[in-house]
Design a binder for this molecule. Structure first.
Ligand code: NDP
Ligand code: HSE
Length: 434
């Protein structure tokens, strides 16, 4: 490495990458002062080098040969803002094994195969930073990776997907259905043309895996995360939540605790849930993200801010670039991966949750007793029951106390089979003490 500057290779120059270049340029003097040496951007890999980037970038920097750029001798830090599993994984393992620092925003790769990147970083003695991969601009991974390393984190509960939070906030505010709120999110540029990764919870599940890995010192992948999307949340569900003093959010919940055999374990899930309006996450509106961390000594901590968008995400990338550059100049390293705890993953069936179930039933004698009997049979205790009638039919809204998810799922299955139950209008988990 040249001792008088730190040389950067940028892979990807789209929504995030163009903002990284702009901030590198605009804040050049401050960054130099903070690092103690200037940063120099030596190349940018893209698919279509001739494309207008909306930014004043020297055309000579562009190449389509990302691997060639990574391998150049004059590159100290590789910044990856392309996304996806391959070829990003090959580029980054090549860089790390060669001892180059890596800064990436690639949540999909970290959640699917973070182990390969961490192993390559250990092999090459290189830094791997990825603050932008979860909750965009919010400083969250560094606190989990460093500040809370003297404590024992017990639970992380987060709203980590801006698109779905915008949709659910809009449904809550206006009474709109999912489709109408999604159309609004698309018009305003929050939702992508294909919103599947957001609304089906894949994006949040990737982030949940990264958070759980850091919080519990255990390798957790996206495949370990129980995932349920939010496309089934209806205007009626939101109205029912309101009646209970709740709202509905797509939550990621990572929790440490004993499994059914008493062994310390980790459960990670993503699903829509009702939460009371008094919960700190209930007031997180629009496309904002927030993560609520509970630790034994620290107590409750809340992280809040913009979880997406080119400029906020670039802020997190720039922070990582500064850290990596400082480390290179001082000959130090970022904290390496901490996965010593090797905790087993607890299946969703063992997670203790509460359910809100809305049933359309025949309105006649003995129906309530029969329904209550099904709950009792599966050892699920009922907390509240509300009934509203329409001629021969009635709607029952039942909220349970906490029970293993498997017991609740079996209860719902048996309710479905009853001839007095015309339909099960909705089943939602309830979180946060309502
Ligand atoms: P974009 O799609 O806007 O940009 C992707 C960039 O990668 C483009 O410049 C594209 O080139 C380039 N690229 C794609 N394939 C290749 C290839 N094979 N070789 C070289 N370059 C390639 O993505 P974003 O900027 O939105 O996201 C980048 C990363 O940041 C992703 O991992 C994403 O998950 C993450 N992220 C994004 C956030 C956001 O708000 N956008 C928030 C947090 C994280 P070209 O321009 O020529 O097509
Ligand atoms: N699609 C994601 C969101 C982008 O809506 O939050 C940030 O990861």
């Amino acid at each position: 490495m040249s001792s008088d500057k730190v040389r950067l290779a940028l892979l990807g120059c789209g929504t995030v990458g163009t903002e990284v270049v702009r901030l590198l340029h605009e804040q050049s003097a401050d960054l130099t002062a903070r690092i103690g040496a200037p940063l120099e951007l030596v190349g940018i890999a893209v698919r279509r080098p001739g494309r207008q980037r909306g930014s004043d970038i020297d055309p000579a920097l562009f190449t389509t040969d990302a691997l060639g750029l990574v391998k150049r001798d004059d590159v100290d830090v590789v910044i990856e803002v392309v996304g996806g599993i391959e070829p990003a994984r090959s580029w980054l393992t090549e860089a790390l094994r060669a001892g180059k620092s890596v800064v990436t925003a690639n949540k999909a790769l970290l959640a699917e195969d973070g182990a390969t990147l961490h192993d390559a970083a250990a092999e090459g003695g290189a830094d791997l930073y990825y603050e932008a991969a979860v909750a965009g601009a919010i400083p969250l991974l560094r606190p989990l990776r460093e500040s809370l390393h003297g404590d024992r984190v017990t639970r992380v509960t987060g709203i980590v997907n801006g698109t779905t939070n915008f949709i659910l906030s809009s449904m809550d505010a206006t009474g709109a259905g999912f489709g109408e709120a999604l159309d609004e999110a698309t018009e305003l540029g929050y939702a992508e043309a294909d919103p599947t990764a957001d609304v089906e919870g894949f994006d949040a599940a990737a982030k949940a895996a990264i958070l759980a890995s850091l919080a519990f010192h255990t390798r957790v992948t996206a495949a370990d995360v129980f995932r349920e999307g939010m496309t089934g949340v209806t205007a009626a569900d939101m109205a029912s939540a309101k009646e209970m003093g709740c709202t509905i959010k797509l939550l990621c919940i990572a929790q440490r605790g004993p499994d059914s055999a008493g062994t310390d374990s980790v459960s990670v899930r993503v699903h829509p849930a009702m939460i009371p309006r008094s919960h700190p996450l209930a007031g997180v509106g629009d496309a904002f993200n927030a993560v609520f961390v509970e630790a034994e000594a620290a107590g409750q901590l809340m992280f809040y801010g913009r979880g997406a968008g080119g400029t906020p995400t670039a802020s997190a990338v720039l922070g990582d670039i500064v850290a990596a550059a400082r480390n290179r100049l001082s000959g130090t390293r970022a904290p390496s991966e901490s996965s010593y705890a090797h905790l087993p993953i607890r299946p969703i069936g063992e997670s203790v949750t509460r359910y809100h179930i809305s049933l359309d039933v025949a309105d006649r004698q003995g129906v309530l007793a029969t329904v209550a009997g099904v709950f009792a049979q599966h050892e699920v205790s009922i907390a509240t029951v509300r009934q509203s009638g329409r001629e021969d039919d009635a709607t029952l809204v039942i909220v349970t106390h906490g029970a293993p998810d498997a017991n609740l799922a079996a209860t719902v299955e048996d309710l479905r089979a009853l001839d007095i139950v015309r339909s099960i209008a909705s089943v939602l988990r309830v979180e946060g003490g309502a």
